[in-house]
Design a protein around this ligand. Sequence first.
Ligand code: F6R
Length: 607
Amino acid sequence: MCGIVGILGTGPVAGQIVDALKRLEYRGYDSAGIATLEAGRLTRRRAEGKLRNLETRLAAAPLEGAIGIGHTRWATHGKPSEANAHPHASEKLAVVHNGIIENFKALREELSAKGHKLETETDSEVAAFLVTDELAAGKSPIEAVAAALPRMRGAYALAYLFDGEDNLLIGARRGAPLAVGYGQGEMYLGSDALALAPFTDLIAYLEEGDWVVLTREGAVFHDATGKVVTRRKIRSPAGGLLIEKGNYRHFMAKEIHEQPEVVGHTLAHYIDMSEQRVRPFAWPVDPAKLSRITICACGTAYMAGLIGKYWIERFARLPVEIDVASEYRYREAPVDASGVTIVISQSGETADTLASLRYAKENGSKIVGIVNVPTSSISRLSDSLAPTLAGPEIGVASTKAFTCQLAVMAAIAISLGQARGTLDEASAAALVAELVAIPGLIAQALKLEPAVEAIAHSLAKARDVLYLGRGTAYPLALEGALKLKELSYIHAEGYAAGELKHGPIALIDEAMPVIVIAPRDPVFEKTVSNMQEVAARGGRIILIGDKSAAEEAAVGLAHFLAMPEMGHEFAPIVYAATVQMIAYHTAVIMGKDADQPRNLAKSVTVE
Ligand code: F6R
């Protein structure tokens, strides 16, 4: 997590650095800071909390330097405070860091024993003093960084600024992304191309282990061995304008409402709309020869994988193993060396997902990446890329990326079924017809917003909330609970409705709202039975189902959200929008920051 930026400019750069940090705030917002050279001397401004606090500080005490680095933090080691805010500095240099330096304790002890005064609780500060120590031994800044980098274990993207060096920045990457941007007499470093988009679209990415020396004249890349290497410049598609909220109060609201459009856009990539056929997907392995598929992802992307598992197993008759990436990467799972691993990620930079990808790849598996950011590490490492065309997602809680991930999973599951001969033409055509109707159905579901808002008023008073579902509505129940937790901080749990009587039913009382997600699918009646069990124990049921569901449920409902009628296979893509609105409105009513919930960051680049 954390966003880093560095600029070698032709005029004062503090304003540009703040602009870039605004675009990186999705990576963390616990504190922010900038260092520049004022008349050749290192000067810092830092502030706890969101970027606007740093802006206030800069307005009171501006910085004029034409070279600088900046940081927006998601705290890992050390509480979010000004003292722990980056840039970290010695008398000789300042540094910003994204990642975790795992051996920082040993390094800190070693550096302290040598007389260096480390003042923060962070792991990152050793990155400053390791290089300072090498400088003290007489090395040049470039030699000092080259000597210090191999001593740090863990993950880092770093940008160094040196006292008295007004034409030098040094960047380094291992396990966390870093891009170089080329401007007109200016050079840039940034965690991603989006951060640099206002200044340039000409980008080169550091590869794993690379470090780079930047002057206003250009960039010299070195690989992990120190050898000078060439890294290809590309035109980045990231838009130059800062994405705006338009008429919406939050990015999250805007992104929820963009779903009919972006899901439609994504589907059009996979489906030939004139023929109403799924385009064959470029599987990196002959689909007929596959014996199973493995899926890895984190958080909401994992929920998309869970739903995808139902579709692949049903349409392509292929067993799917799925795991959260933080477990998969360490549990030494046997990898099918002739198989395929699907990794799903909005950002394409999630550390655990990336590590799982690498584990699977090293063990012979081919990788299909379902990714929203086409320039990300996961996109670049995938053998076959299955893009989601959600556009930039700024709200920290994933919404439109999730439904686009589902759209992709649905399309490639159909294509897999056809390629394996487990779906005949007619069945595939029926599924495609259902799928292409989804964007219109999401638009209809969004019209429920006033009803959702009314329900959110009652949810805002709850201490705990249960979500229940069966079939593909079960992972959606998990997703609903995750969304409510992360946005409103109300404790919520998702359960397979049939699992309720094996324990969680003990939680039910008159105070417990139970949100039942019950699309009209083959298990609808089973879900209704489970709902009756809840009703018999006085639970407050909020039913999300089609128009006649409330009648058929034949139980007293606290609330009912009447969804449009639709085929059942892809209902979770539509029901997702309702579940997202519930969490969003509950959070807003409770006065929480729906775009930047506490303790979270959009791109989780640490494990
Ligand atoms: C929850 C949410 C997270 C992400 C997770 C994975 O609303 O957004 O759970 O889904 O951090 O992120 P990506 O998809 O970028 O790998």
